[in-house]
Design a binder for this molecule. Structure first.
Ligand code: HEM
Length: 435
């Protein structure tokens, strides 16, 4: 009998609680059972910690200590070659191919298109009724990611992809993701069958785009073009199926996450008048036309983004599966057990973040945090490859909109977090009015 840390018993109850209130259920379990504790789930038992010492152990262990969590279950849905599901040498090789487009100067090429997308969508805001901020952020982030990943600047083609990608995301249901028995066509009427149809459609669009790209000699800066010419160390290229899987993954991983984080940022800024005043003051100092580089260097804007990702992380819990034994905070964990990093738990520790429930960007100007204390993008060998891109996009969208529009909250009712597809975001629409 292996001695795992204590925790609740029923995976069904724990899952339902998480689905109903992801932040609340994580904190309640940590309060009741301490850290680390063991959470039951459909992916097996997960030993969860939000203690910086435990997180240090997990992030600094040899990467071969782990494999990706849920790879067997999710491979048939998200693609077997998907970076987020690969482990060991295959993960390292695929990650190496996908990192260059997200580095400094490369990423800067996307600055103007982010500002243009923010201006275009905010210009459509109504004057006589509440603005639906989360919805706008989803439109902006999808447009940005499609342009950056696929280089789709022609509106017609972009709209076809946009509709096809949104259909796949909407068709992706936790039911069949986590319960294999529900992956049945049932005469084409099931959620699974509907998901398959959306996937066939998006694959056809991608294949058409790949064919066009291969016959064109036009120089391009998008991520697909960079991946088309990327080679593994042995000189081979990504196959069409690998390309399609990675493209789809980057779009899904980069779209909802950034949109929810931006929606939360607008919410927090407009519920803390002193924050808004200080931020608007900082933005006023920017020269016109807006220069993406100048925006990305603003310290208070950066602190506002950091504080948003601390207080309302879109990934409150991330996991790995142990391939080898590991000692975590005094517990000897055997291979096969999942380990969870409670991003929300560490982000709400009062010893690190005094008044942890308050939105107070100043804390990030007063002190710095280690990667084991502040980790909205995860850490170690699997840290988010889009982190710099996402932060850059958040800053540019906030700066562009807050410089042009004076907004106020439509209501003071609190907004709770909810599970949205694969991430956690605001449960209801963030509504603002023109001031
Ligand atoms: C605010 C926005 C975002 C947040 C909060 C976020 C957060 C995360 C987190 C927590 C992980 C898991 C890291 C781990 O397990 O240690 C992750 C992984 C990943 N993210 Fe992001 N992400 C964001 C935006 C993006 C964007 C814009 C892209 C790409 C365009 C992206 C691509 C990825 C990929 C490919 C992985 C898998 C990395 C791997 O397994 O090696 N993310 N992200």
């Amino acid at each position: 009998m292996i001695d795992l840390p204590p925790g609740p018993g029923s995976p069904l109850v724990a899952t339902l609680k998480y689905l109903r209130d992801p932040y609340g259920s994580l904190r309640e379990t940590a309060r009741r059972y301490g850290e680390p504790h063991t959470s039951p789930s459909f992916l097996g038992k997960m030993v969860v910690t939000g203690d910086p010492a435990g997180i240090r152990t997990l992030f600094t262990a040899d990467p071969d200590t782990y494999s990706a969590l849920g790879a067997e279950l999710l491979g048939p849905i998200l693609g077997e070659s998907n970076l987020i599901l690969l482990s060991g040498e295959r993960h390292r090789a695929m990650r190496k191919l996908q990192m260059p487009p997200f580095h400094g100067t490369r990423m800067r090429a996307y600055g103007q298109l982010i500002i243009d997308a923010a201006e275009e969508h905010a210009a459509r805001w109504p004057r006589d009724r509440p603005i639906q901020v989360h919805r706008t952020m989803q439109q902006i982030s999808l447009q940005v990611i499609l342009e950056a990943v696929l280089g789709l600047r022609e509106p017609g083609k972009r709209e076809s992809f946009q509709a096809a990608v949104l259909a796949v995301i909407a068709a992706l249901k936790p039911s069949f993701m986590f319960i294999e028995a529900l992956r049945r066509p049932l005469l084409g009427l099931s959620a699974w069958a509907h998901f398959q149809r959306t996937r066939v459609h998006v694959a056809a669009l991608f294949e058409e785009e790949l064919r066009a790209r291969r016959t064109s000699s036009e120089p391009r800066e998008d991520i697909l073009s960079l991946l088309l010419s990327a080679r593994y160390d042995d000189g081979t290229a990504l196959t069409d199926d690998e390309l399609l899987t990675q493209m789809m993954n980057l779009i899904v991983a980069g779209h909802e996450t950034t949109a929810s984080s931006l929606a939360w940022a607008f919410h927090h800024i407009h519920h803390e008048p002193a924050v808004k005043t200080r931020l608007v003051e900082e933005l006023r100092g920017l020269p016109e036309p807006l220069d993406p580089e100048a925006i990305s260097r603003l310290p208070y804007l950066e602190a506002v983004c950091s504080e948003t990702l601390r207080l309302t992380p879109v990934a409150p819990l991330i996991g790995r599966k142990l391939r080898k034994g590991l000692t975590l905070q005094g517990f000897d964990l055997p291979p096969g057990v999942a380990v969870g990093i409670g991003i929300l738990l560490v982000h709400r520790r009062a010893d690190l973040y005094p008044e942890p429930e308050r939105f107070r960007p100043e804390r990030f100007l007063e002190r710095s945090y280690t990667p084991f204390e502040y980790l909205p993008f995860g850490g170690g060998a699997r840290r988010c490859i889009g982190a710099a891109f996402a932060l850059y996009e958040m800053k540019l969208v906030l700066a562009t909109i807050l410089r042009r529009y004076d907004l106020r909250p439509a209501s003071n009712a609190p907004v709770h977090a909810a599970v949205r597809n694969t991430t956690v975001g605001p449960r209801r629409e963030i509504e603002l009015l023109h001031a």
